[in-house]
Design a protein around this ligand. Structure first.
Ligand SMILES: NC(=O)c1ccc[n+]([C@@H]2O[C@H](COP(=O)([O-])OP(=O)(O)OC[C@H]3O[C@@H](n4cnc5c(N)ncnc54)[C@H](O)[C@@H]3O)[C@@H](O)[C@H]2O)c1
Length: 353
């Protein structure tokens, strides 16, 4: 399939290179000419293990990079929007880049007779694709969604530092679409992953799945830190409360660990988020939790649990010292596994997004 990926940050470039490696014909687009010049030279503008090699092996054959969005949309059948959605002051996401791209793509669709599919890959709050992006496309294109072009939402779950691995071995594919034809096109885009579980759903549900996933991880981290803070305070008061033992005891629960007949056991990967110590930071988890709270506020739904998850973050720093001075193996190991600073990426963003 011929695909344009608009926005060549972590999500856009990894996706573009990955899709090209899988045999699609990909054009990566960015408004930043320096980024595009680098990509055209075979250089990745940030460090992500394994990405530069793949970029070089696909560049010039199945991968192209340009600042010319018009050409990219005209030459392809599907466009993925992967631009940034940073936080505004009140926690809401700033949709200005997504909106600008929707208008630009719509203007090109006005002049493109062939059917085209537009898919939002950026993290956007529930309702954005259908209530913001779709009307902007229709208005700029003077065409009807569902008849003249398709609209979809395909959230990204990659972890910086493991992004290439995450692209080739995804845990799920969430495919939100306004109609069957768009679902069909998205299925064709991901034909290279025949055995990965897919959720075929509406754009709104796809958007919500992304936020619910990140909110759960943030909640587990804040929960662990709160338990850790209390353990540290009780230990400081003279009692012997070992937070590492508390957490190990928790992880042995049958809900987190399955004993296998031959004597070994499998621990749910989710348990990695159930260790106190390093808190959560970076751009994605706090940004996404705050955006979800703001969306709840807008919908008249209070989210006191997630408010508390965010309120707990500053106190995590206080707990970081018992963690870092701890002689306890498990805690140090898990702190490392959350990778406060990852060697496989230049990003200081710390948590799974
Ligand atoms: N980074 C992650 O780990 C991660 C994981 C999952 C989801 N996400 C989400 O994916 C989206 C993109 O994240 P990112 O980290 O790749 O962002 P990024 O900031 O690294 O990259 C965004 C790119 O979009 C480009 N851009 C902005 N406006 C443009 C325009 N009008 N036309 C063309 N290009 C434009 C920028 O120049 C930049 O290169 C965000 O919504 C983010 O929340 C990020």
């Amino acid at each position: 399939m011929r695909v344009s990926v608009i926005g060549t940050g972590y999500v856009g470039l990894v996706t573009g290179v990955g899709l090209a490696e899988q045999g699609h014909q990909v054009v990566c687009v960015d408004s930043d000419p320096e980024k595009i010049a680098k990509i055209q030279r075979g250089e990745v503008p940030f460090f992500e293990r394994g990405l530069e090699g793949l970029l070089r092996s696909t560049l010039g054959t199945r991968l192209d990079a340009t600042t010319d969005l018009r050409r990219a949309v005209l030459e392809t059948e599907l466009s993925l929007i992967a631009v940034g959605t940073p936080s505004r002051e009140g926690g809401e996401i700033d949709l200005s880049s997504v909106e600008a791209v929707a208008r630009q793509v719509g203007e090109v669709l006005r002049d493109k007779p062939a059917y085209h599919v537009v898919v939002v890959k950026s993290t956007v709050v529930p309702g954005t694709t259908e209530d913001v992006v779709l009307p902007l496309l229709e208005q700029a294109a003077a065409k009807r969604a569902g008849r003249d072009f398709g609209v979809g939402m395909n959230p990204e779950f990659l972890t910086e530092g493991e992004a290439v691995q995450d692209f080739f071995f995804p845990d799920r594919l969430v495919l939100g679409a306004i109609d069957e034809r768009t679902h069909y096109t998205l299925d064709a885009l991901y034909a290279g992953f025949p055995s990965v579980e897919r959720v075929h759903t509406t754009p709104r549900t796809a958007e919500m799945i992304k936020y619910a996933s990140n909110a759960l991880l943030a909640t587990l981290i804040s929960f662990s830190n709160e338990v850790g803070n209390l353990c540290a305070a009780l230990a400081a008061g003279g009692g012997r409360v070992d937070v590492a033992e508390v957490m190990r005891g928790l992880h042995l629960s049958k809900y987190l660990r399955t004993a296998l007949p031959e004597g070994s056991a499998i621990t749910a990967p989710l348990a990695a988020f159930l260790w106190p110590g390093c808190g959560f930071g970076g751009s994605c988890l706090p940004k996404d939790v705050q955006a979800l709270i703001a969306r709840g506020r807008q919908a008249g739904v209070a989210m006191p649990l997630l408010e508390a998850v965010i309120a707990t973050i500053p106190r995590c720093g206080a707990f970081a010292s018992p963690c870092s001075v701890s002689r306890s193996g498990p805690i140090r190991t898990i702190c490392a596994s959350r990778r406060p600073f990852r060697s496989s990426t230049t990003s200081s963003r710390r948590a799974r997004s």
